[in-house]
Ligand binder design. Structure first.
Ligand SMILES: C[S@@+](CC[C@H](N)C(=O)[O-])C[C@H]1O[C@@H](n2cnc3c(N)ncnc32)[C@H](O)[C@@H]1O
Length: 315
């Protein structure tokens, strides 16, 4: 079974880890996952590229290579390196033992140069080979360039808009598959719609504010995206719920954005109409979310400043 590694950034580490777990399980529900600090190792019937293209907080990712007899390469990886034009060797040392990184990198580079015509390129290598050290286990990894995800363009912005990375992570935390449909019933400038479409997910946005509706429309158009937009109260969701596989949204905070009622009443009204069997991710102000009648299976806190902590609730 293919094994992949994902080295995650440390901001929002709890979300970052759960996002990889959720994506791995989405592609293969029997996948096995090992977590070592900010390193996640996944054994699954899916490639690392597929997970990496969707995941938000990945710094480095690739395929794990475990073969140690003679060389660390099986035939497939041997050929990959033999036929590449440029490569680099890197050490990822997560162990408590400081290693002589330069020496190991040099030794790996020399070894590869013996059988490959490829040149070392530290800036822009086609292939990077990693030696990964942790206190639990050591292994090699290999990765190719060009696995980065698409970042949608945004021409209409607003102070209340949600960080695109957290929006993307919310979609992934509820494991919405390619070709399925996500709805954001408070879509604002359309961040959820843009992130969803950039991952091949269909999207429907609702917003009651004409300015926000137009902002979403412009942001979708500049990317050539097809998401459906409805101008109206979020309760319009009831009419389209049969077409929707999941809901990802960011509830109004009652400061920068227009609201039809105070955020607490609005969340209450929203929660009371949520369907039982849909995947749901809601971002809201902590005080408001803590009082809401939601029974989340997961909850993440995001500290912004002294007077604003947000939470993401997964249901
Ligand atoms: C926090 S903002 C959403 C921001 C959005 N995630 C983005 O990235 O731009 C909340 C949005 O809810 C909309 N809104 C407030 N009350 C609403 C209601 N009753 N029905 C539909 N939309 C509503 C506001 O117009 C605002 O655009």
């Amino acid at each position: 079974m293919p094994e992949s590694f994902f080295l995650l950034t440390k901001d929002h580490l709890d979300i970052a880890i759960d996002e990889i777990v959720s994506l791995a399980k989405m592609y293969d529900r029997f996948s096995k996952i090992t977590i070592i600090d900010n390193l996640v190792i996944v054994q699954a019937k899916t490639s690392w590229e597929k997970i990496s293209r969707r995941a938000t907080f990945v710094k480095i990712s690739g395929k794990v290579m475990r073969k140690m007899s003679g060389l660390f390469l099986d035939e497939e990886n041997f050929l990959l390196l033999k036929n590449t034009n440029t490569f680099a060797c890197r050490i990822i040392n997560l162990s408590s033992d400081p290693d002589d990184v330069n020496e190991i990198e040099k030794a790996m580079g020399n070894m590869i140069s013996k059988f490959s015509q490829a040149k070392v390129s530290l800036e822009d290598p086609e292939i990077t080979v990693y030696a990964i050290f942790t206190d639990k286990e050591n292994f090699f990894g290999i990765s190719k360039k060009n696995t980065q995800s698409i970042t949608p363009k945004k021409i209409k912005k607003h102070p209340h808009e949600l960080d695109r990375r957290l929006t993307r992570a919310m979609i992934n935390l509820i494991g919405i598959e390619t070709g399925k449909t996500v709805c954001d019933p408070f879509c604002g400038t359309g961040t959820t719609l843009l992130e969803a479409e950039s991952m091949g997910i269909r999207a429907i946005g609702i917003d009651f504010d004409e300015k926000m509706y137009q902002a979403s429309k412009a942001n979708l158009a500049i990317n050539g995206y097809q998401s459906r937009l409805i101008k109206g109260d979020f309760s319009q969701l009831a009419k389209i719920i049969g077409d929707v596989d999941g809901i990802v949204t960011d509830i109004p905070y009652g400061r920068a954005s227009k609201t039809s009622e105070n955020p607490e009443d609005l969340l209450g009204r929203f929660v009371s109409m949520l369907p039982q069997k849909k995947k749901i991710a809601i971002m809201c102000k902590k005080e408001v979310g803590d009082r809401a009648k939601i029974n989340p299976i997961k909850k993440y806190e995001i500290y912004r400043h002294k007077s604003l902590t947000r939470i993401i609730l997964i249901k």
